[in-house]
Write a protein that binds this ligand. Structure first.
Ligand code: SF4
Length: 343
C-alpha cells in the first residue's frame, strides 16, 4: 500500500482559488484531506442574485468539486474577542487578519489532534497581502497557532523552511510551489492545469470586516453601545440596511430591499418596527426602547424612503413587539436629509 495514502491533512478551505488549489496539490500527492471551514459570523452568506435564496457556500462548492469531506465549524461568539482586541492590529478596515488566522489555525490544530490528522495546510501565498501574508508574519502565525512545523503552505512552500511533512517525506517538496506576491497569474495557470473552473474570488472578499462601510458601522457601534453589546446577532445586523443615527444617539435601520425588510422583521431584535401600509417601502427597525419623538423621526425616514416620498403626508404603521399596531401620519423626510445622518 502507498504509505502516503495514510497521511491525513486538515485543509483550511475558504473556497477561493488559493485554498482550492492548495487542497488539490495535496490530493495530487495522495494525501487524504479533510477540509475545514469556519463561520466567524462576519461573512456574507451567498445568495441567488434574482431570488435571494441561500446558495451553497464557496467552501461547499469547492469541497464538492475537489471530492473531499468538509466540516463547517461555527465560531461566532468565540471570534468576537479576536475582532475587539487583536494583538497584531487591524488591516485597512476592522479586519484583524493576523489574529484571525492564528485563532482559526488554533481551532484547526485542536480538530487535527482530536481527529487523528497529521498536519494542516492553507492556501496562503507569501507576500500576497500587505500585512498578514508577508514572510515574517507567516512565521508568526505558524508559531502563535501552535502548529510550528505542522503548517504547510503548498503554494509557497518552496520559498519557506521545509515543514515536518516535507522532512519526513509525507509530502514531496519538489512537487510543491514557489508562488509569491499579489499577482494571480501562476494560480490561474495552475487552476487551468488541474481543470479547476468557476472558483470564487479571493477569500477576504466575503468578510464584512474588510469593507469600509461595515467597519465604520462597527466602530460607531462600539463607541456608542460598548464592546459588551456586540454579539453574533448585532454583528449580522450591522450588515443589513441603511444605518442612521438620530441626534439623540438612537440607531435607526432602514431596509433597502425585500430581503432586508424580511430580515429586519424576523430578526427578533427588541425594538420598534415601522412600515408604510399605503406605499411600497422599507421596513425600519429602531432597536431598544425609543421615545415618542425618536419613533416619529424614524417614521419620517421610513416615509421618505417609500414610494410615498413626494406625498405631503404618509401613514406609517408602528409595531412594538407583538403588541397592537399603531398608525401615525408624518411628512416624509427628504432622502438627502436622511443621508446626512448615515453611519
Ligand atoms: S479577511 Fe476577514 S476572514 Fe480573512 S483573514 Fe482577514 S479578518 Fe479573517
Amino acid at each position: 500500500m502507498n504509505e502516503r495514502k495514510q497521511i491525513k491533512a486538515v485543509g483550511m478551505l475558504s473556497g477561493g482559488l488559493d485554498s482550492t488549489l492548495a487542497v488539490r496539490v495535496m490530493l495530487e500527492q495522495g494525501i487524504q484531506v479533510t477540509a475545514l471551514h469556519f463561520r466567524t459570523g462576519f461573512s456574507y452568506p451567498r445568495r441567488d442574485r434574482e431570488t435571494g435564496a441561500p446558495l451553497p457556500s464557496d467552501a461547499e462548492r469547492a469541497a464538492e468539486m475537489l471530492g473531499v469531506p468538509l466540516e463547517i465549524i461555527e465560531v461566532p461568539e468565540d471570534y468576537i474577542p479576536v475582532v475587539l482586541h487583536p494583538r497584531f492590529g487591524y488591516g485597512s478596515g476592522m479586519n484583524p487578519c493576523v489574529d484571525c488566522r492564528i485563532f482559526l489555525l488554533r481551532q484547526a490544530k485542536a480538530w487535527m489532534e482530536t481527529h487523528g490528522h497529521h498536519f494542516v495546510l492553507t492556501g496562503e501565498v507569501a507576500g500576497q497581502r500587505p500585512k498578514s501574508q508577508m514572510r515574517p508574519t507567516l512565521k508568526t502565525v505558524e508559531r502563535e497557532s501552535g502548529l510550528e512545523g505542522y503548517l504547510l503552505r503548498p503554494l509557497s512552500a518552496r520559498l519557506l523552511e521545509p515543514t515536518i511533512p516535507e522532512q519526513r517525506g509525507w509530502v514531496d517538496r519538489g512537487r510543491l510551489y514557489a508562488i509569491e506576491g499579489r499577482g494571480r497569474k501562476e494560480q490561474i495557470a495552475l487552476a487551468a492545469e488541474f481543470g479547476i473552473t468557476g472558483y470564487a474570488q479571493p477569500s477576504g472578499g466575503c468578510c464584512y470586516l474588510i469593507h469600509q462601510t461595515y467597519s465604520r458601522r462597527l466602530r460607531d457601534f462600539l463607541d456608542r453601545e460598548g464592546e459588551e453589546a456586540l454579539n453574533a446577532a448585532q454583528a449580522q445586523l450591522l450588515a443589513v440596511g441603511r444605518h442612521l443615527r438620530l441626534e439623540s444617539g438612537r440607531k435607526v435601520i432602514v431596509g433597502r430591499h425585500e430581503r432586508e425588510n424580511d430580515y429586519l422583521e424576523s430578526c427578533d431584535m427588541p425594538g420598534v418596527l415601522l412600515a408604510t401600509p399605503d406605499h411600497p417601502g422599507p421596513v425600519t427597525l429602531v432597536p431598544g426602547e425609543p421615545t415618542r419623538e425618536e419613533i416619529e423621526q424614524a417614521a419620517r425616514f421610513t416615509a421618505g424612503y417609500s414610494d410615498g416620498q413626494d406625498e405631503p403626508a404618509v401613514r406609517v404603521e408602528v409595531r412594538r413587539g407583538g403588541g397592537p399596531v399603531e398608525v401615525i401620519t408624518v411628512k416624509p423626510l427628504p432622502r438627502e436629509e436622511a443621508q446626512a445622518l448615515m453611519v
